[in-house]
Every structure is written in structure tokens, then in C-alpha cells.
Unconditional design. Structure first.
Length: 139
């Protein structure tokens, strides 16, 4: 079975891998983002290279996940498009989110996984999922 939990794995000659996910934020919202990504999710802030720091925004990382929050002048939160973030303990994350007054929306419509959605404090949608080998997987 694929590491994804369904379908075949495929190796290309390019060696694809995800370095980071970028989400848009409005100018001047970096402190607000720190309160969510650092204080709520427990990520650490990375020092951006000076030429990129001049643009504003924020980079954060935890475990194998890096998120770049980039300033978009005509900001609109991503309400449908979202990163799918694997976690080792979905229940622990859900407890953490709810303890910080972040709404958790459970969704059991992805075979072979448990998942939930949450929105950051700017309205960007985030999906958190954990493999669940007890439930049927997709072929």
C-alpha cells in the first residue's frame, strides 16, 4: 500500500518532495499569525533571508512541515484550497486547538484516514489528517 494510504506509489526521475506550503496573509498581520502558528500550533519562527524579509510575511516550521506566510496585497483567505497536513496524534491536536478556542470541524469522508479542518485566525483553511488503518482505504 502507498505511503498515502491509497492508490499506487510512483517514482519519477525528478525526485519530487514538498519543501513548504505558502499561504497568503494581509500586510501587517505577522504578529496575529505568530499567535496562531507559533502559540497555538507550536511551530517555531524561522529567520527569513534579508531580501525576502523586506517583503513582510512569516516563515514557520515544526517536524517535517514548513509554512511560508506571504503578504498578498489583495488578500482573501483560502476557504477551499488548503494544505493537507499529516499529524501523528489527531486527537491531541484537536484538544490543543479547542483549548485555544479554535473551531475544529471533523470530516470522516476520506477512507483510510481521520481528519479535521480548522481555520487560522485570518480564515485560511487547514486540513489535518492521520492514517487510520482500521477503516477501509481507497483502492
Amino acid at each position: 500500500m502507498s505511503a498515502q494510504g491509497y492508490g499506487p506509489d510512483h517514482t519519477s526521475s525528478f525526485g519530487y518532495g514538498l519543501h513548504h506550503v505558502q499561504l497568503a496573509i494581509p500586510a501587517g498581520s505577522e504578529d496575529e499569525c505568530r499567535r496562531f502558528y507559533v502559540d497555538v500550533l507550536g511551530m517555531v519562527e524561522l529567520t527569513k533571508p534579508p531580501v525576502l524579509a523586506a517583503r513582510g510575511g512569516l516563515w514557520v516550521r515544526a517536524d517535517a512541515l514548513e509554512i511560508h506566510l506571504g503578504v498578498e496585497h489583495d488578500f482573501r483567505p483560502a476557504r477551499k484550497a488548503h494544505p493537507g497536513i499529516r499529524v501523528a496524534d489527531l486527537d491531541l491536536l484537536a484538544e490543543r486547538l479547542t483549548s485555544k478556542d479554535v473551531e475544529v470541524i471533523w470530516d470522516d469522508n476520506f477512507p483510510g484516514h481521520r481528519r479535521l479542518y480548522a481555520f487560522d485566525n485570518l480564515g485560511n483553511r487547514l486540513e489535518f489528517l492521520q492514517r487510520d488503518d482500521r477503516s477501509p482505504s481507497m483502492a
